[in-house]
Design a protein around this ligand. Structure first.
Ligand SMILES: [Zn+2]
Length: 208
């Protein structure tokens, strides 16, 4: 469904840079055959549902790294094709998992989850907003904390939701869903402000 936004040319595989036989998904047959779709994710409150495209592995990790570290925005279209919004969610709006303004500056002003949300919005017709949920406290890198309880403590109270979320069915957008501490905290804050339902759509996740 992202074919029109993909492959503006040169016709290279998004993962291995091979130039032959690239499909509409931007991949060569060899790389595509290594991707594994994610089995039904387990979800608990305050999240009301989770949709994950792919199991995290070497191939998708390469694409995510290029997207985030090398500022290759065209990878946003490639990765966003693995995001989905089930129709039964009856989503009102997409909300990218926010990053702190300082981190945004460190990343040369690219919020990668916003790029993903923009592509998904274009494909689904569901609007997206970066105003409804903001990061108000700089928390450093979650992945450097090994202990799940530590991660939860580190992130708690670091987001702020706008009262306009009241009654909305919201889909959080993220690239890699790992321990979930960040996303569950986002959902908690949104629900506190009266969001009717909060879901997560992520590109990839290690099996839980
Ligand atoms: Zn390839």
């Amino acid at each position: 469904m992202f074919a029109d936004a993909l492959m503006p040319g040169p016709y290279q595989c998004y993962i291995c840079d091979e130039e032959d036989l690239i499909g509409e998904d931007g991949l060569c047959d060899a790389c595509r055959s290594k991707l594994k779709y994610y089995p039904s994710p387990v979800c608990s409150q305050p999240l009301d549902g989770i949709a994950i495209g792919l199991q995290y592995g070497e191939e998708i990790a390469t694409a995510v790294l290029r997207f985030k570290k090398n500022d290759m925005r065209e990878y946003g279209a490639f990765l966003a094709q693995y995001l989905s919004v089930p129709s039964e969610w009856k989503a009102d709006i997409l909300v990218p998992v926010p990053i702190h303004p300082l981190k945004l500056w460190l990343r040369h002003m690219q919020n990668h989850t916003e790029t993903l949300a923009a592509y998904l919005s274009h494909a689904t017709g569901i609007p997206y907003s970066t105003e409804l949920l903001t990061k108000t406290r700089f928390t450093g890198e979650q992945k450097k904390l090994r202990d799940p309880a530590q991660r939860r403590r580190n992130i708690r109270g670091s987001f702020s939701a706008d009262p306009l979320v009241k009654g909305l069915r919201i889909v959080l957008i993220d690239d890699v869903f790992t321990t979930g501490a960040t996303v569950y905290e986002c959902a908690r804050v949104l629900k506190q402000q009266g969001a009717k339902a909060v879901y997560l759509s992520a590109v990839t996740s290690p099996p839980h």
